[in-house]
Design a binder for this molecule. Structure first.
Ligand SMILES: *Cc1c(COP(=O)(O)O)cnc(C)c1O
Length: 396
């Protein structure tokens, strides 16, 4: 199989099939081997000293880890990729690799909650300050840059409130000031959006979500452009981050069907979201691919598709009613994470994860993840749950 470089001209769906399949490793087999390894043997003491062989220690890379890394590098258009044991580890590694004590990070206010927690605890302890900013800031971010600002962290759209960010504009401002840009690309995946093509220096993903796609693995990826790659690689190795081969294999297996799953989940998601937008109970649907969403123009400019994760605001509802709605769904599981084959619903709590701009909504926010079920059944399920809440209200 030829290298990812030779595949640059191919369409993404074709690249998903070919990515990371190095014939010098797979031999006649379609898939790479799942290599369980710590010790790697050398032919002699001298060979161990000069370390010129391709593999030297399990933690430092195996044919299994290389297959996924090179596949992600190809998809993201990156100089290199490292793997982490979770999406959160990918985010914290990207931050730790790029900042120094005394510096300042500008972080989007709709960032994934646990990343905010990492910044407010670990980074703070290391003498790194974090300033949160309005996702809609655009070029206005220039006003937030101080002497010590070295990094901007984006997540477009935010995975709870779905605000799009103008990555190209923000990255241009950052680069003028010698700052780097990290983007969490979990929502769109590199199939629909390649942050490195829009000015980001690092693109990370919770592979736990769409890459794995089956709710059975935690894994993270960080892909870097040429400027950030040497330091990312060095820090990843120094911190001893390594992912078990079975988990890497699950992600590789998920990668092959990412295209068809996402196309279907995008279509079903839009069908359900469009239906919800006609319901009197729903004040707003938070989905950048829907015309009328505040982020729609940016989504249209930057992305070639959408995932099946979005939110609805239930105007005037009490929290109790929103809970009854979620609990009344039969086809939607209640639980963290998303990106699997099954639909999920959660009552999202936003207030405690905002600090730059308060979250203003007309009522509770429910986040839906649309899986691979038939959307007709999902809509009927949502319809039933709305009716149950209406009956509950009528009985009061
Ligand atoms: C889930 C998620 C993460 C963290 O991934 P884990 O594997 O659960 O640690 C990071 N960023 C976003 C946007 C996510 O949705």
């Amino acid at each position: 199989m030829s290298s990812a470089d030779d595949d640059d001209g191919l369409r993404p769906a074709t690249r998903l099939v070919r990515a990371g399949r190095d014939k010098s490793i797979t031999g006649p087999f379609v898939n790479p081997p799942v290599i369980h390894a710590s010790t790697v043997l050398f032919d002699s003491s001298d060979a161990m000293v000069d370390r010129r062989q391709r593999y030297t220690y399990g933690r430092r890379g195996t044919p299994t880890s290389e297959a996924l890394e090179s596949a992600i590098s190809g998809m993201e258009g990156a100089a290199g990729t490292v793997l982490c044991p979770s999406g959160l580890a990918a985010a914290s590694l990207a931050l730790l690799a790029m900042v120094n004590a005394g510096e300042n990070v500008l972080m989007v206010d709709c960032v994934y909650g646990p990343v905010r927690h990492f910044a407010d605890t670990v980074l703070k302890r290391l003498g790194v300050s974090t300033t949160y900013f309005d996702p809609g800031i655009g070029g206005g971010i220039a006003d937030l840059f101080g002497e010590s600002t070295s990094l901007v962290y984006l997540e477009t759209p935010g995975s709870l409130t779905f605000e799009m960010q103008d990555m190209a504009t923000i990255a241009a401002v950052a680069h003028e000031r010698y700052a780097l840009v990290i983007a969490d690309n979990t929502w769109a995946t590199p199939l629909f959006f390649r942050p490195l093509d829009h000015g980001a220096d690092l693109s990370l993903m919770a592979g736990t979500k769409y890459l794995g796609g089956h709710s059975d693995v935690n894994i993270g990826t960080v892909a870097a452009g040429p400027r950030a790659w040497p330091r990312l690689k060095e820090t990843h190795g120094t911190m001893g981050l390594a992912v078990g081969p079975d988990d890497i294999y699950l992600a590789l297996r998920g990668l092959r069907t990412l295209g068809v799953r996402l196309e279907r989940q995008m279509a079903s998601g839009l069908e359900v979201a469009t239906w919800l937008s006609t319901r009197p109970e729903v004040t707003r649907v938070l989905h950048p691919a829907l015309p009328g969403d505040p982020g729609h123009a940016l989504w249209q400019r930057d992305m070639t598709g959408a995932s099946g994760l979005f939110g609805i605001v239930l105007g005037g509802w009490t929290e109790l009613e929103a809970k009854a709605f979620v609990d009344g769904l039969h086809l939607f599981g209640i639980g963290a994470s998303w990106g699997g084959f099954e639909s999920l619903a959660i009552l999202a709590r936003v207030d405690h994860v905002r600090s730059a701009v308060p979250w203003r909504a007309e009522g509770p926010l429910v986040r839906l993840h649309i899986g691979l079920e038939d959307p007709v059944d999902l809509i009927a399920d949502l319809d039933r749950a709305f009716a149950a809440v209406a009956a509950m209200r009528a009985a009061q």
